[in-house]
Design a protein around this ligand. Structure first.
Ligand code: RTP
Ligand code: MG
Length: 141
């Protein structure tokens, strides 16, 4: 499988729970390199732009409210099959349905406060990485 990059966000609930390091360790233990990283308080406009594909969904306002409720940590992960690997580490969107040992099963409380975001395909990964990291801030080793 080819080396890929994916965009990951540690959401406000997981930052508030003080588990940034534990989540980073899971990425590293799975062979994913953190090649860009920053903490940010998203504005409403940034959160709405990021989740624009969900604009018409009934949960859109709750999603944006939650994403601006506190700081997030945004990173680019790189590795073999990084997109799917990260989705596997994350677990199902609803933590009640997430497999044991996944980030969402272990750290998330609800479908809204579900600890992490991860790109779901190559094309969305490209768009999402460009959204938060201008090329110069990504460090490939
Ligand atoms: P994410 O984009 O955050 O990585 O999550 P995902 O792919 O697993 O789920 P997605 O369908 O892209 O939805 C984005 C976020 O919206 C919230 N959501 N709420 N109440 C609901 O039915 C519902 N469905 C989705 C979740 O917080 C989800 O992470
Ligand atoms: Mg998604």
């Amino acid at each position: 499988m080819a080396t890929q990059r994916t965009l990951s966000i540690i959401k406000p609930d997981a930052v508030a729970k003080n588990v940034i390091g534990q989540i980073y360790t899971r990425f590293e233990n799975a062979g994913l390199k953190i090649i860009a990283s920053r903490m940010a308080q998203l504005s409403r406009a940034e959160a709405e732009g990021f989740y624009a594909v969900h604009r018409e969904r009934p949960f859109f306002k709750d999603l944006v409210d939650f994403m601006v409720s506190g700081p997030v940590v945004i990173q680019v992960l790189e590795g073999e099959g990084a997109i799917l690997k990260n989705r596997d580490l994350m677990g199902a969107t609803d933590p009640k349905k997430a497999e044991k040992g996944t980030i969402r099963a272990d750290f998330a409380d609800s479908i809204d406060a579900n600890a992490v975001h991860g790109s779901d395909a190559e094309e969305t990964a490209k768009v999402e990485i460009a959204y938060f990291f201008p090329a110069l801030n990504v460090y490939s080793r």
